[in-house]
Write a protein that binds this ligand. Structure first.
Ligand code: GDP
Ligand code: MG
Length: 609
């Protein structure tokens, strides 16, 4: 038992310490990979007695007639230290340390389900024993197979019991202890019959012969035990359990074992087989077999663990990192997330990610087209020129050149460029905003924190809004500057004949004639076109300087400044994750850690010789 204990002990650390007791759970379990041992056989063949002796404890109700009337699923749990105790699934809060009371509770609980009759129920009783002296195993005590219904039992009982027994032992991880009493003919053994049905090759069936001490005088079981009458994969083992008289006298297990040893070594028929008979030997055989079975399952368990670790890790990384509790940690986390966002935003503007080219499109197409639509030629038609020049002259027609008229014509043209300039600022603003929105959604870290996402989004929009205002001021200033001071050289360099209309030798009244006004119109138009061309170049510079460059440089500066003033509570509310996510992450982290240590433990088992 010792090697098995240490082997299973390692596995146990890998399973039970995982919080994995084989119960229903959202996470995969290892318990299912471990074998279970079930006893099958006819009524009163000694099943409960054998099971007890494998466990090394007196706690099962035994006796003649039908005693075990419900399946008992007994889970043995190894604990590192402490007092042995038992617990029933139907009494979760109660710890039994007195095993006589365990036996009483088993029979009481049987009666609760079936009444004090001879009825049988297929509803199992679940009992767990926690002890430093057991290995993690599931043992199943089953009602005995019968041939006929007795008083109070329904006719179906024979088939019911058989089906129930079969449902337990047909599972491939179930080791079958097929119990046959030696004082009956083996040919009538129900245990052999049903186990051969579910395990035809006998790969997981142990033939156990009980009551050898009760055989008729003059008969013996040597042929069976030597495998001559019925051959099994594993050699037959006979045991001498306590008789009813022993039970009544409360003979303890140690004394019973000693007597059993004496029985085999002193009886002339069995002397030569004594080394492989008895409960102790059965225990050793089972241990060896279990060890082998468990070892053969290790690769499967290993791959299950690796697979689970990969799944857990994937989910863990999907959930993102947890946040520190102190305000420094929170602040740092927020800054880190913002830094990621900022980087993504820059990449959009710099062409690593798409979107930045839309800004160039505004400068290259939208702005020039909008300027063209201003139709200065119409504004500078002869009729308009006449109107503005006369108005500017007022009651005193100009004497040499219509200085005031020129100014009015030029200013009134240039002022209209404010419209396209402002529109370009707004268009760039909406692209910057759209890209910020995109970058926010592309920042995986922000998905985790809906509140922070909103705050960062708002902060970005506020900043962009401020930048738009600045840009508008600066850009309109460029236009206004052109209005406030005209390029003197342009007019000085004009060919003389353009100014002909201003020749003082002409009559004053000739000065408003058509060719004269047309010339003024043409002059002003070419001046305005020159200014337009220059603004087409300088407006984008102003916009990039005030908006694009600034957005790249300091989109969240204001947010960071405000962040510094916030208290822990406010910071936490920014990082208010969904509590379900937080819980899940904690649970995952714990499971993951345990699975990793389980992996290490099982690797150690796999390498152990
Ligand atoms: P189950 O119905 O198959 O669970 O059988 P039990 O374990 O309850 O045993 C039925 C009766 O047979 C009890 O009175 C036991 O004391 C007795 N018994 C079981 N095995 C042996 C044995 O090897 N020798 C003797 N003398 N009595 C036994
Ligand atoms: Mg029994």
């Amino acid at each position: 038992m010792e090697t098995l204990i240490s082997l299973v002990n390692k596995l146990q650390r890998a399973c039970t310490v995982l919080g994995d007791h084989g119960e229903e759970s959202a996470l995969p379990t290892l318990w299912d990979s471990l074998p279970a041992i079930a006893v099958v056989g006819g009524q009163s063949s000694g099943k409960s007695s054998v099971l007890e002796s494998v466990v090394g404890k007196d706690f099962l109700p035994r006796g003649s007639g039908i005693v075990t009337r419900r399946p008992l699923v007994l889970q043995l749990h190894r604990i590192d230290e402490g007092r042995e105790y038992a617990e029933f699934l139907h009494l979760p809060k109660k710890k039994f340390t007195d095993f006589a009371l365990v036996r009483k509770e088993i029979s009481d609980e049987t009666d609760r389900e079936t009444g004090r009759t001879k009825q049988v129920s297929t509803v199992p009783i679940h009992l767990s024993i926690y002890s430093p002296n057991v290995v993690n195993l599931t043992l199943i005590d089953l009602p005995g197979l019968t041939k006929v219904a007795v008083d109070g039992q329904p006719e179906s009982i024979v088939a019911d019991i058989e089906n129930m027994v079969r449902s337990f032992i047909e599972k491939p991880n179930c080791i079958i202890l097929a119990i046959s009493p030696a004082n009956q003919d083996l040919a009538t053994s129900d245990a052999i019959k049903i186990s051969r049905e579910v395990d035809p090759k006998g790969e997981r069936t142990f033939g156990v012969l009980t009551k050898i001490d009760l055989m008729d005088k003059g008969t013996d079981a040597v042929d069976i035990l030597e495998g001559k009458s019925y051959r099994l994969q594993f050699p037959w083992i006979s045991v001498v359990n306590r008789s009813q008289a022993d039970i009544n006298k409360s003979v303890d297990m140690i004394a019973a074992r000693r007597r059993e040893r004496e029985y085999f070594s002193s009886s002339p028929e069995y002397k030569h087989l004594a080394h492989r008979m008895g409960s102790e030997h059965l225990g050793t055989m089972l241990s060896k077999h279990l060890e082998q079975v468990i070892k053969s399952r290790i690769p499967g368990i290993q791959s299950l663990i690796s697979k689970t670790i990969i799944e857990l890790e994937a989910e863990f990384s999907r959930l993102g990192k947890p946040i520190a509790a102190d305000s420094g940690g929170k602040m740092y986390a927020i800054m880190e997330i913002c830094r990621v966002f900022d980087q993504i935003y820059k990449e959009h503007l710099d062409g690593v990610r798409p979107g930045g080219e839309k800004i160039y499109n505004i400068f290259d197409n939208q702005l020039p087209a909008a300027m063209k639509r201003l139709h200065f030629d119409k504004h500078l038609s002869m009729e308009n020129v006449r109107k503005l020049i006369t108005e500017a002259d007022g009651y005193q027609p100009h004497l040499i050149a219509p200085e005031q008229g020129y100014r009015r014509l030029i200013e009134s043209s240039l002022v209209s460029i404010r419209g396209p300039a402002e529109a370009a600022v707004d268009a760039v603003h909406s692209i910057l905003k759209e890209l910020a929105h995109k970058a926010i959604n592309e920042t995986a870290e922000l998905k985790q924190y809906p509140s922070l996402k909103i705050e960062v989004g708002n902060a970005a929009v506020d900043s962009l809004e401020r930048m738009r205002e600045e840009s508008k001021k600066a850009t309109l200033k460029l236009v206004d500057m052109e209005c406030s001071y005209l390029t003197v050289d342009f007019f000085r360099k004009l060919p003389q004949d353009v100014e002909k209309g201003g020749n003082p030798t002409h009559s004053i009244f000739d000065r408003y004639n058509d060719p004269y006004l047309r010339r003024i119109g043409t002059t002003v138009l070419s001046y305005v076109n020159m200014v337009c061309a220059s603004l087409r170049n300088s407006i984008p510079k102003s916009i990039v300087y005030c908006q694009v460059r600034e957005a790249k440089r300091s989109l969240l500066d204001h947010f960071f400044a405000e962040l510094g003033k916030k208290e822990t509570k406010q910071l936490s509310s920014m990082l208010d994750e969904d509590p379900a996510v937080m819980e899940r992450r904690t649970a995952l982290a714990k499971r993951l850690e345990l699975y990793r240590s389980a992996q290490a433990e099982i690797d150690a088992v796999a390498w152990a010789k």
